[in-house]
Design a protein around this ligand. Structure first.
Ligand code: IPE
Ligand code: IPE
Ligand code: MG
Length: 243
């Protein structure tokens, strides 16, 4: 692995917990429990490698429509994670951040979330962002509504919005765009995750189910990323001239 060409920001769609459990005739929630255990190791590996930002898709807005007991179990796991991993995040200097419509989370989860975010606010080795109750379309729609409202309040009908203004109003404000997206479990889709932010992200798909995802697989994804040429619309010759 080339340490001088590391992605600054890795985003992961942690998928396949349910299938992992089904393959073992276990309840889906057991898959989620095993999946949540994988998070710590992956976060620490990223931090040790020198990745500055890791964003994990943990719960989508669409996931609220899953069976009530599964949603309740996921919320309990989340709360457990936020309490249990708090000292480790602080020790490892990992700052927690969240993106998503968090006012939909149960109050007890929100309390632990706020506390962990607050207690890790000075940590500077890596930013771990959890996407919770996240929907990229609703994120963008919210921004549009805010803009319409402010244009109306200003009485400015000819207001033109710039791309960078819109960008700064997203939940991801201040985060660099993901360089690498990893999706586990063999699905080849984005599922309403960071649609705007991933305009030029390199996509990496693996058959591995999330509870089986480990350090070796993460390193494989980073190595594959390093073999790619990011052109951002330019030609190869242009890109090489810049480098
Ligand atoms: C990902 O695993 C975790 C969440 C979406 C919360 P799934 O629960 O989607 O697992 P599969 O896709 O059913 O295997
Ligand atoms: C995406 O996985 C959301 C998370 C991993 C949290 P899903 O399992 O919900 O996505 P679909 O339904 O397969 O697209
Ligand atoms: Mg899934």
């Amino acid at each position: 692995m080339d340490k001088s060409k590391l992605p600054r920001h890795i985003a992961i769609i942690m998928d396949g917990n349910g299938r992992w459990a089904r393959n073992r005739q276990l309840p889906r929630l057991e898959g989620h429990r095993r999946g949540s255990e994988v998070v710590e190791g992956i976060a620490e590996t990223c931090r040790d490698l020198g990745i500055e930002n890791l964003t994990l898709y943990a719960f989508s807005q669409e996931n609220w429509s899953r069976p009530t007991d599964e949603v309740a179990g996921l919320m309990e796991l989340l709360k457990y994670f936020l309490v249990e991993k708090r000292p480790k995040l602080i020790k490892n200097e990992i700052r927690l951040r969240v993106i998503g419509q968090i006012d939909r989370l149960p109050e007890s989860v929100l309390r632990e979330l706020t506390k962990t975010i607050y207690e890790t606010r000075h940590c500077e080795k890596m930013t771990l962002t959890l996407a919770l109750s996240y929907s990229s379309r609703s994120e963008l729609t919210e921004v549009v509504n805010l803009m319409v409202r402010s244009a109306l309040a200003e009485g400015n009908a000819s207001r033109v919005v710039r791309e960078d203004e819109l960008d700064r109003m997203l939940y991801t404000e201040g985060l660099p765009e993901p360089d690498l997206l990893i999706r586990t479990s063999g699905e080849h889709r984005i599922s309403n995750f960071l649609l705007w932010q991933m305009a030029y992200t390199e996509l990496y798909f693996t058959e591995t189910l999330w509870p089986d995802f480990g350090r070796a697989e993460l390193e494989k994804a980073i190595e594959e990323y390093q073999r790619r040429e990011r052109r951002f619309g330019l030609t190869t010759d242009q890109v090489r001239a810049i480098l």
